[in-house]
Design a protein around this ligand. Sequence first.
Ligand code: HGY
Ligand code: MN
Ligand code: MN
Length: 426
Amino acid sequence: MDKALLHKKLPRETADKLAITVMEYCELLAGYTQTQGQMDRRYLTPEHKRTNNKIALLAQESHLHTWQDQAGNQWVRLQANQETNQRIILGSHTDTVPNGGKYDGILGVVAPLVLLKHFADNGVCFDFHVDVVGFGDEEGTRFGATLLGSSAISGKWKSKWRELVDENGVTLAQAMHSFGLDVSKVSEAQIDSNHVLAYLELHIEQGPVLEEKNLPISAVNGIAGARRFAITLEGKAGHAGTVPMGSRQDSLVAASQWIVELNKAAQNTITDEYPVLATVGKLEVYPGGVNVIPGSVGLSLDVRSINDSARDTFITDKLERLECLANAHGLRIELEETHTAQAVSCDTSFTEAMTEVVGLLTGTPLALSSGAGHDAMVLAEIVPTTMLFMRCEGGISHNPKESICTEDVSVSLSALTMFINEKVVI
Ligand code: HGY
Ligand code: MN
Ligand code: MN
């Protein structure tokens, strides 16, 4: 028994040792990717299966209970010291964006897993179950819709998602079948929110604030709401050498003008009470011939703000402008909203508790709001939810240069331990 744990702290040398293990596991799992040499782990793929199996193996080594639910999320449990159905859940996602970093998501699964292994190996347990979950899909990389894993456990799964198709035309239902799952049973993944005392997600900040303040961790008080769209502008393909400049229906020209205006408009909100962030991350030109006037372009739109109505007003305005540009260029517009997540506030008392823990460990009781979306925003709809942010170098994320330091992982492990020991009571 690690006696120091009884005094509600993780001894510094223990936290440092566990942090090295966390880094090693993140490095190992970074090799579970569909694209050699870059991070690309998608929902219901062989890499997802390997990751779930590895998590299960690590859990079993410490005699922790582990299971995969009907949505492909992997769970690990440190049993309570008494008969109870009360549980806390720590977790994040195991999937990544294409060419992403090694820590976005997986850090929030591996760090609590290492902590649970340490507790189990030292005979430590609590009055409640401590669960760790690795959500199979948060990014939406494979099927476009996002937060699928956390939506399943929260009862927010949409039956229409079974028809979603990936870039190879494989439906989500087919992918589930290949993964050994039955999409008609996804509802069995839903948890009973009455049994959940708290959901806590450790995640890299993916922004520059902690580094600017020279702080390793912070609490999180809210998460921006995002809306995403898939847009197609249909013009008229033509010969680059014969169609006069004045009579073209060039969808790429209209799209380019709109993208520049969109960016400028979002920049103009920087000093507003509720800044809006707008991004076109994908742009596909069809047919893509050097001597062909583009027939159509497909583009994505991602708009976020910590305030939903500021975000929605911005979107309405920009889509009206797109309509004008399309008319001026003789284009047809197809628009599909592929993701909508309202901004959420984290649970007040747990966020205050985490802020206090952060203050005790770093001297600065800081809570930040998150511009990035997280599984926590889905869990926040059904159970008391909060997050712990950890610094990442340069605030870089969704980029292979994403990087963290072992010392910050050590502080994060201490924060998780203090939170579980002192702030969560039955
Ligand atoms: O897009 C996001 O905010 C998250 O990384 N999925
Ligand atoms: Mn991400
Ligand atoms: Mn993430």
